[in-house]
Structure formats: C-alpha cells, structure tokens
Design a protein around this ligand. Sequence first.
Ligand code: HEM
Length: 495
Amino acid sequence: MLWLTITLIITAGFLGWQYWRWRHRRMLELAARLPGPPALPILGNALSFMFNPGEFLNKVDVFMEKYGEVFRFWLGPELNIVVKNPTDIRALLSSNKVNQKGPLYEFLVPFIGYGILSGGPIWRAHRKIVTPSYNKKCVDNFSPIFNREAEQLARVICKKDPKRSFDIYKDVVRCTTQSVNQTLMGLSKEDSQNLYRMDEMLWATQKMYGLIFEKMTKWWLHIPIIYWLLGKKKQQDYYVKLIDELMADIVRRRRKALEVSVPGEEYMGIVDRYILSGELTEKEIQSETMTLFTTSQEAAAKMASGVIMFLAHLPDWQDKVYKEMMEVVGADGPVTNEQLKQLEHLDMVYKETLRYFSIAALIQRTVVEEITIQDGSITLPVGTSLVIPIHNLHRDPRFWEDPHRVMPERFLPENVKKRDPNAFVPFSLGPMDCLGRVYATALIKTIVVWVLRYARLEPAGTLDNIKLNVAISVSCADGYNIKARPRNGRINELS
Ligand code: HEM
C-alpha cells in the first residue's frame, strides 16, 4: 500500500512537471538561448541565492561578470532575466509590454496592500488620481512648508556639540516626516505632531523593510510554519497593526477636516484626492496612504542625509555649494524652487548621492508580451521576471570611473556628455517611474540649503570606512554620522 502511494505521488509529480514544461515550452526554448548558471530541476538556481540577504546584488555582479550584461537564472519555476545594458533598460522600462510589477513586490502586499508601489490591477487608476499632487505647481505651493521645517531642522543641528558625532538621519527623518504630513497627507501642523504612534513608525520603518527583504531573499521563510516558528509572523503582525492604526488616524483626521473645507486643487494632498475620488474602499485609502507616506518621508530622509554626509566629507565641495548658495539665495529667507535650480554644485553632489545610494537597489517587472532587445537577437518570453539591478548599473566601471569613490565631478556637464544618459536611472523610467521626483528633489535641496546656512559640516571617520547596507535600498549600515559647528553669527540667533 505504501509503495503504491509513493509510486502514485512520484507519477503525479512527474506528470505535473511534464505538463508545466509543455505549457511553458516557448519560455523554456527562449530561456535556453540565454547565458546563465546551470539550473537544477525544480529548484533552478535558488540554492545560489541561499545566503546572507546583503549578498544578493554581489551575486548578480558575479554572474554578470561571467555571463554578460543579459543573463537568466531560475528561482524554482520563475524565469528571471537580468539586464544591465542602458539602452535596453530604457527600451524595456518604457514599453507597455513590461508594464507590470514583478513577483518580488508581492512581499510588500501584507504591509501596504495592492496599489501604487506593489502593483496589481488598480495601479494605473490609483496613480492617476494622485499624480497632480506631485506636479511642479503643487510642489511649488508646498515650498513654504519645506522651508519652515528645514529651518527648524537647521536650528536643531546647529545646537549639537561640535566635538561629538551624531547620526543626522534621526533628525532629518523628523523633518521630512513633518513636511510630508503637512503636504501630501494634508494635515495641519498640530495634527501632524499629534498622530497616533507616529514616532514608533519612524523607527519601525527600516526594520520593517529589513523583514520584507529577508523574506524576499530566504526561501525557507516562505514556508508559513517556519516563518511563524522563527517569530517573523509576530513581527509582521506588529508592523501591520502599527500601519493600520496610524493610517486610520491620518484618514480619520482628513475626513473630519474635509467636512469643514476642501483645499484648492493646487494645494491638495493625496489623502484628500483618494477620499474625494469616491473610487477606493476605506482599506484601499489607508493602504495607499501608507504607500505614499513611506515612499516619501523615508526616501527623502535617506537621500538628504546622504548629501549632508558627503558634504561633510568633501570640504572643497561644501565650500563651492556654500558659495553659490550665498550668491543665489543669501543667508536668510525662504528658498524658492526656481532658486534651487540655479545651484549647480549642489545638484552635482545630489546626483552623486543618488548614484551612490540607490533608493531602489533593483527593480523588477513582469513581461506581459514577448519583447526583443539587442537588435532583435534576444527575446524575453511572456511571464519573465525582468530584473534591472540599478545599484550594479550605478557602479558599472564602464560608465563610472573608480565607481566606489564619491566624486560629484562625475556630473560636471563635460563628463555627463561623455556618458550614456541611460546609465543613470535613480528614479527609474517609464510609466512606473518615481512619482515623487520633483517633490523629493525640492525637499532634499531645501533641507541642505538650510542646514548649510546654519552649520559648517565636518566628517566623522572617513568615506572609505562607510559600511553599506544593500537591501531593498542602499543605505549607510552604521548611520549617516557627521559633526556640525554653528556658522559665525548663528550662535547669537539661537540663544
Ligand atoms: C530621492 C529620493 C527618491 C528616489 C531616488 C526615488 C526612486 C524611486 C524609484 C527608483 C522608483 C521605482 C520603484 C520600482 O519600480 O520598484 C520609485 C517609485 C516611486 N516613488 Fe520614489 N524615489 C524617491 C523619493 C520619492 C518621494 C519623496 C516620493 C513621494 C513624494 C516618491 C514616490 C514614489 C512612488 C509613489 C513610487 C511608485 C510609482 C509607481 O510604481 O507607479 N519617491 N521611486
């Protein structure tokens, strides 16, 4: 009896596998034409990625060195094709044939539901509703709030002990959160300061992304019982509850405020747009609020902290940025987005920071219609998970000399001209690109201007010692540490 059962299971498994191969024959045929590591039956190359999550992108580099700038690997039945050729990246990300998020984004769903970041059928409609909040006109109108919050941050930084190093991210993230709350979330300053569990959320966010990345990269965590036994499910439940409660508080406050008055179209935040559209359920509004909250305050804080830390390490660049700033915006008063555009040296340091710390270390799309690249010599089959390793592209020595060094001069106009423009894609490309590009750039630069107005920045340690944490995004593993000394004349103002 036992033998019969075993035989039946093996036969059913074998037939199932053959059926799968028959249904995916075109995929298998096209995949076989691509270079890539030898794959085991059923598991594919999953064992190659069974290590420290931080090593995932290093492994991609090792494979790329061996197999070239387009290669395939299998994660069980899932075909992944990695592409690092800049021209192909532009063509693929701009095409309607790969206009769907990849399976990796499913890991975000328990936390932020289906929506703008994680994809799904409602992605297009939900993105359309909020796009006006991110356009230039709205961002210009948000500028007084950016200025007010950035000035407050500068005063905090200026009061630090100049002899002691500190992690500037901890202060910057409060500033970006207050800015996002009072613009995209539409809250008053008072509401923004009194949100339920907001402080907890600020410190939980990075750990939450750590948990998501761990699940993405360790296959055994996909088995529910193991996930539960290792206490990961308990952690996940804690984050989900935190998100639910905080977002419910934000949405409740906006519903109440909308009963009294509706903000003008050119000032309107995203929560109001979702509520007023009448197209989303309460749960969907809360999920999208979380998505747009977390994509903005954390990303902007990481990037602003990176720019400030690099300026602390590069005194020549700090002097150049300070000098041009004084010429264009002066020592006091609000900074306009038009003025920010004239700060060319600041822009170069900003771009070098975007290159160095990729907010999306890799992105993934699903191929929904067959598409060819490399002059028709390579065809990506339907169902492929296309992987664009932005972090690796931004450190490719073919485009970036000495790629691990911080060198804002890479973005001098004469150097930009010599480089393939598609080798720099910090905000991604195409219909699923970063919605917050204009917003992020204005907020980050406003923060840097105010901090530099108040403080002279000094390094803590050397740039060579900076340990990177390469996970969903690239960040400093040990914090964005600097020292700050008040500039002449600012001390009296503060007392
Ligand atoms: C400098 C900081 C930032 C960088 C480098 C950045 C970069 C990116 C990248 C590469 C993506 C594509 C992700 C993917 O396809 O998986 C993305 C998506 C997105 N970003 Fe940003 N981002 C930044 C800040 C912001 C800010 C401040 C906001 C909001 C104000 C924002 C809103 C979004 C949204 C909503 C998406 C999803 C778009 C979609 O899939 O339709 N980002 N961002």
